[in-house]
Write a protein that binds this ligand. Structure first.
Ligand code: ATR
Length: 288
């Protein structure tokens, strides 16, 4: 549904939360948030609203609606949404991207980024990460680098296929070194954690992996974290596990970023087991 269709419909008569993106119909966020809303018996509905360029002018009207409770924001709007907001919390401001919008109750719209919180959730129990490798240099990579940097990781190898873009990480506490895939082997040898933030291996092209075959034996005893959650175990993680790595999939990150957003809007916990089951059911159904 487009924002314009939503604003012309009866859906807006009930309190609502939305996720804005383009395209957005594939989003799994409505399913897990609506399950959490039903669990808490809250009379609020979460909708996925498609927001192509032509609809962006409607964002202020949507956010000013009396039934608006809050919003998630996804690709390609995580940076652009900032111009519609009044304030950013520190994490969103450092990352330069927002995935959660919360009205402060006094007429101001505040932007948060819960992706880095979600990313860190499965690493809470992990100690001794001094150096890490991050594959990919897009928006998700920046949230991951920020999270690792504030977690105390001293050195980050940022791996890119190209030397063209020059994203700036000089504001992060870690030493961030940009390298090519030709230098990946050496970087892995010096690291305890390898993170994939590229879309390679994501549904439906699940057979692919961003890791060159010759680097796989170097993953023994390392942590290998893929932020992709569909499939829950990517080809990269299967191969890494077969070579003796400890693997972490993207489901926890997805669930915990959603849980943090839910808390910001409702001050209530997301029922984690329930939403994990809802998400896994959706993923296995989408395969058939
Ligand atoms: P974003 O995170 O900005 O939405 P994305 O399409 O999900 O973008 O891709 C994230 C990053 O993965 C890209 O910035 C790209 O980084 P580099 O260009 O620096 O390598 C990387 N990426 C995208 N497609 C890729 C592919 N087919 N193989 C390897 N890396 C890829």
């Amino acid at each position: 549904m487009l924002i314009s269709e939503f604003l012309a419909s009866d859906y807006k008569e009930q309190h609502f939360v939305v996720v804005l993106g383009h395209p957005v119909s594939h989003s799994k966020s409505p399913a897990i948030h609506n399950a959490a809303l039903a669990y808490h018996q809250l009379n609020v509905r979460y909708h996925a609203l498609d927001c192509p360029e032509s609809e962006q002018q409607l964002i202020p009207e949507l956010f000013a609606h009396p039934n608006f409770i809050g919003s998630n924001v996804t690709i390609p709007l995580k940076k652009r949404i900032v111009s519609y907001l009044d304030e950013l919390d520190e994490t969103a401001s450092e990352i330069g991207a927002v995935n959660t919008v919360v009205p402060d109750g006094k007429g101001l719209l505040v932007g948060y980024n819960t992706d880095s919180y979600g990313f860190m959730a499965p690493l809470k129990q992990v100690h001794g990460i001094h150096t890490a490798v991050v594959l990919g240099t897009g928006g998700a990579s920046r949230a991951v680098c920020y999270a690792l940097s504030t977690f105390g990781v001293e050195k980050l190898y940022l791996v890119s296929r190209t030397s063209k873009k020059q994203e700036n990480h000089s504001d992060f506490p870690s030493d961030v070194q940009r390298i090519g895939y030709d230098a990946l082997g050496d970087a892995i040898r010096h690291s305890e954690l390898i993170v994939n933030t590229t879309p390679v291996g994501m549904h439906p092209a699940t057979g692919h992996s961003p890791m060159p075959e010759q680097c796989l034996p170097l993953l023994a005893d390392k942590y290998c974290y893929d932020i992709i959650y569909n499939p829950p175990e990517t080809t990269l993680l299967k191969k890494a596990k077969a070579h003796g790595a400890q693997t972490i999939g993207g489901l926890d990150m997805f669930i915990h970023q959603a849980a943090r957003s839910f808390e910001l809007w409702f001050d209530k916990p997301m029922p984690l087991q329930l939403v994990r089951k809802v998400l896994l059911d959706m993923i296995s159904n989408s395969k058939s």
